[in-house]
Design a protein around this ligand. Structure first.
Ligand SMILES: Cc1cc2nc3c(=O)[nH]c(=O)nc-3n(C[C@H](O)[C@H](O)[C@H](O)COP(=O)(O)OP(=O)(O)OC[C@H]3O[C@@H](n4cnc5c(N)ncnc54)[C@H](O)[C@@H]3O)c2cc1C
Length: 266
């Protein structure tokens, strides 16, 4: 469990950002679920739960998710369920249990860029920008690849609305454990996106395989070829949940399931 000298609720994002930078150990508090697994000594805990960042709303062209929105709210959102075959709702519903999902926030899951993140794998198949207090708007892909090189506050996610069809797949040793591997696929006409995460490294787009799927007919042979290409583009590793070879073995299966699900919704 972490320890805290003082626990503050800033009234504005500006104040939160200022507090964050007042001391090297000052820390933003989301749902506090992951932080409490560690033993960090925090000078000032900056709790952003009173900044009005808990919302899922739509504009004419976008869906906007505030950083303080919980995973449970994503899971149960009728608005999110209407888009992209409910991929975002589905991506979070296996994370631990309801109690944790009632606390854990979208902002922390995305900002922390966890290798095991299920949400980031699903989000990366969509057209998403992250809005950071200091860093401003940035495509999610760029954010996941490079981070922000410092401390900032994730304020919201902005998702472009479209008719994109999408599917999320994963394999877990047991309900509530981290995924051994996850994969998500989306399609908007000939624009396919294949994403693989929990490798156990951070999720990435298999660019070559995605382009290949968009270039020709979608025969079973070409889909198999694309899944093998995607495996070739990814690096895999071993950890307590699965070996590199096992991940390589299940990767084409998850991608193929996702492609087939997307095609079935055509
Ligand atoms: C036991 C366990 C199992 C989990 N399994 C999975 C899983 O299988 N799949 C999955 O996707 N996730 C999993 N998670 C992660 C979970 O989904 C949350 O992402 C995580 O717990 C952090 O959520 P939180 O809001 O409680 O963040 P906190 O614990 O409050 O914060 C985590 C980190 O994020 C920073 N932070 C929080 N909010 C912001 C913000 N808006 N801007 C900038 N920095 C911020 C904090 O400073 C801290 O460094 C698991 C977590 C736990 C504890």
């Amino acid at each position: 469990m972490y320890s805290v000298r003082q626990y503050l609720f800033p009234r504005t994002l500006e104040e939160a950002h200022q507090l964050l930078h007042n001391h090297p150990s000052n820390t933003i508090i989301g749902g506090s679920t992951y932080l409490r697994l560690g033993g960090k000594t925090i000078d000032t805990a900056v709790d952003i739960s009173r900044l009005g960042l808990k919302y899922i709303m739509e504009t004419e062209d976008t869906i906007v998710i505030g950083a303080g929105t919980t995973l449970r709210e994503v899971e149960n959102s009728p608005l999110l369920n209407r888009y992209f075959n409910g991929i975002l709702n589905k991506s979070v519903r296996h994370i631990v249990g309801v109690q944790l999902r009632n606390l854990a926030t979208v902002g922390a899951n995305v900002f922390a860029r966890f290798g095991f993140s299920d949400l980031n794998t699903a989000l990366l198949t969509l057209d998403v920008d992250v809005e950071l207090y200091q860093g401003g708007l940035m495509p999610l892909r760029q954010f996941l690849q490079k981070g922000v090189g410092g401390r900032d506050i994730l304020v919201k996610l902005i998702i472009q609305k479209s008719e994109r069809q999408a599917s999320f797949q994963m394999l877990r040793n047991s309900q509530g454990d981290y995924a051994i591997l996850n994969a998500a696929v989306s399609r908007l006409e000939n624009d396919w996106r294949i994403v693989v995460g929990a490798r156990p490294g951070r999720c990435e787009i298999a660019g070559g395989a995605s382009a290949f799927l968009g270039e020709g007919s979608l025969t079973p042979e070409r889909i198999d070829q694309a899944t093998q290409m995607a495996v070739g583009e990814m690096t895999f590793g071993s950890n307590i949940r699965g070996s590199k070879e096992y991940r390589q073995g299940i990767c084409p299966v998850l991608i193929k399931r996702a492609v087939q699900e997307v095609l079935a919704w055509k």
